[in-house]
Design a protein around this ligand. Sequence first.
Ligand code: MN
Length: 206
Amino acid sequence: MGNDTIGNASVHVLPPLPYAENALEPVISANTINFHYAKHHKGYVDNLNKLIAGTEFAGLPLEKIITETAGKPDKAAIFNNAAQAWNHAFYWRSLSSKGGGEPSADLKQKIEASFGTVDACKKELAAAATTQFGSGWAWLALDGGKLTVIKTGNADSPLAKGMKPLFTIDVWEHAYYLDYQNRRADYVSAVLEKLINWSFAADNLK
Ligand code: MN
């Protein structure tokens, strides 16, 4: 995601937002999206480029940087910035102004095989998102052939655990504090009811 060659140096670029900054209102304000995308997400991409310049990681795709630095304490700064760059690009695409509703038949069948019902899956996602202590993410992911819900702390990603992410919710305070202050559960339930991009999640099954 977001690899460009400028001159001789291969640098990661901030991928464009897939919608206007006000597209997710009233669930997420344009103000939140502006800070979150143009400051936080951009910051991770810029930091990553500084950290990997001239190292063995320069020129590698984000996914490869993430899997090669995961669990290595001396590479934590590179892992954190690479994973946050990836997680945010994935988060924007996990949301849609036309989201909510029901997943497509294929995804629905897969969800029902793992969770019983779509509602039960959403309840697990809400529980993971609200009980993640401190900063982190809640994910719907494919683990082997089965769907699972997990939460990860800080920058950590299902990619680092060999899973394939289908959908994520950012539960760092910067994702919701301007709009919801301490009411993380309200942000999470609004996202799951109105913004969850089931068609993106279904595309990630392929
Ligand atoms: Mn974030």
